[in-house]
Design a protein around this ligand. Structure first.
Ligand SMILES: [Fe+2]
Ligand SMILES: [Fe+2]
Length: 212
């Protein structure tokens, strides 16, 4: 069973972002585009990854049949999820292997940097910064930066989180070769505990319908 509104499932209210008023979209999209241009100049692979994640998120949200007003902040957060990499040296982001413990911390802090960048602009609703901050949290508490568990991770961040992992697995990067679809599904299954059970099930259905 999926988690779409039309299927009548109960979704705890705090899990979905507060809708953004439609007249605010153009300004928010303009600001998003401005930030993404900066990301492109700083680290092109991060921009390409962002586009992959935004595409998967958009499709998955459509699959879940979330209403447009609720989808919009999630899509904005997907577009901005790695914007904090603007504050991580591109030399570290591009390092093919041999990342040490300090560099690992410098990379992981991009979740906090991302939330700060979004808050500093003062334009986005707080939920967008919250989703960006939480996109590497895991349902079982093994994620970062807050080691949050279960429903303390917002629904939007849970959605972006699984789309981020899936998109990353399917990408050719300096650090990895793209996984096949079967390998990507196997990776998700192995790490099932990272994801909310209903999101995981729905995502597998989405993958079967769209990539099968
Ligand atoms: Fe990230
Ligand atoms: Fe990402």
């Amino acid at each position: 069973m999926g988690i779409g509104y039309n299927e009548g499932n109960h979704i705890p209210w705090r899990w979905l972002p507060v809708p953004v008023p439609a007249d605010k979209y153009p300004l928010l999209l303009e600001e998003t585009e401005r930030l993404l241009k900066k990301l492109e100049e700083h680290d092109l692979p991060s921009l390409i990854h962002t586009q992959d994640v935004a595409k998967v998120t958009k499709e998955f949200i459509r699959f879940l049949r979330l209403p447009r007003e609720t989808s919009m902040p999630i899509i904005l957060a997907a577009l901005l999820h790695d914007i904090g990499k603007l504050r991580v040296a591109s030399g570290i982001l591009q390092k093919p292997h041999g990342i040490d413990a300090i560099e690992q911390i410098l990379i992981q802090v991009h979740s906090n940097h991302g939330a700060s960048i979004i808050q500093e602009g003062g334009l986005f609703p707080p939920e967008v910064a919250e989703m960006v901050e939480q996109h590497h949290e895991h349902y079982d508490g093994s994620g970062y930066p807050g080691q949050l568990t279960g429903s303390s991770i917002t629904r939007g961040a849970q959605i972006i989180g699984i789309c981020d992992v899936f998109a990353m697995l399917r990408e050719d990067r300096v650090t990895q070769k793209a996984r096949t679809l079967a390998e990507a599904k196997e990776y998700l299954a192995k790490n099932k505990a990272w994801f909310a059970p209903d999101i995981y099930e729905s995502f597998l259905q989405y993958v079967a319908e769209n990539y099968g």
